[in-house]
Write a protein that binds this ligand. Structure first.
Ligand code: OAD
Ligand code: ZN
Length: 245
């Protein structure tokens, strides 16, 4: 648990901030039982990202990639938002201006009721046509292996930003705006190694924001943020909000 004074300092900024941006990563969903990527049981400890989460992997073996996403969809379908997701929904309700940027593709922020939300790595419950590029919601469990587009018949792919791909332009613009305008940035449950999100804390800091990190462990960002609170997201995030009534 963090020293009380650091917690108080973040609470103070939460009450006085006019514009709040939040960046989340797999750690916030870990408390719902969704595996992270780089922890001890992280997905990238047991699977090779380059075999499963790159455009080259999908071109080589779309069946394998879809099987892996089906496995993850089955797993995520059994999970619910936790107290940290719900606290961020409440923070959005109370804040004057608020934007939530998530790297998570599990859709749990959406399920929790967050509205001002950029899912910058996509959403596992959406598919995109490799031909006409149409994006659709799809909650099939399991989704057909090698699903085809209802409009043009081309192969559908997960609507996920894979390694080697760029973020969607609209999301990048929205993030740039949120990071430049916020006076408080909360960075929750991300290892801070995957760009561009790994650079967001320093972008906001350079633009004058107070930056607080909430993570189970120290990260490469811990030395550059104003306050680093160590603990579980599901415990710390609701605690931060308590006094804002
Ligand atoms: P990582 O798995 O890299 O990092 C998870 C972070 O959460 C670590 O820093 C943990 O210390 C922290 N953590 C774990 N449990 C926590 C808890 N209960 N409370 C608070 N913090 C906790 O996940 P990301 O940083 O999200 O990309 O990874 C970034 C991207 O890399 C992902 O979006 C994914 C992956 O490849 C795509 O899916 C495209
Ligand atoms: Zn199509």
């Amino acid at each position: 648990m963090a020293p009380g004074s650091d917690l108080e300092l973040v609470r103070h900024h939460l009450t006085t901030a006019r514009n709040i941006t939040v960046l989340t990563g797999a750690g916030i969903s870990a408390d719902s039982g969704v595996p992270t990527f780089r922890g001890t049981d992280g997905l990238w400890r047991n699977y090779r990202a380059e075999d499963l989460a790159t455009p080259e992997a999908f071109a080589r073996d779309p069946r394998l990639v879809w099987e892996w996403y089906n496995w993850r969809r089955e797993l995520i379908a059994t999970k619910q938002p936790n107290a940290a997701h719900l606290a961020l929904t409440e923070l959005e309700r109370r804040a004057r201006a608020f934007w939530l940027i998530t790297q998570n593709v599990d859709g749990l922020h959406r399920d929790a009721g967050s509205r001002n939300l950029s899912e910058i790595h996509g959403n596992i419950w959406r598919v995109r046509c490799t031909g006409c590029q149409a994006v659709q919601d799809n909650r099939d469990l399991p989704i057909a292996i090698l699903p085809s587009c209802p409009h043009c018949g081309s192969l559908l792919r997960p609507h996920i930003v894979w390694f080697g791909e760029s973020l969607f332009a609209a999301d990048l613009e929205q993030c740039a705006q949120a990071l430049s305008q916020c006076d408080l940035l909360l960075v929750i449950g991300t290892s801070g190694v995957v760009y561009p999100a790994a650079g967001f804390a320093s972008v906001a800091k350079d633009a004058g924001a107070f930056v607080a990190e909430i993570n189970l462990d120290p990260t490469p960002q811990s030395s550059l943020v104003d306050v680093s609170l160590q603990g579980r997201a599901k415990d710390l995030v609701p605690l931060l909000l308590d006094p804002i009534e």
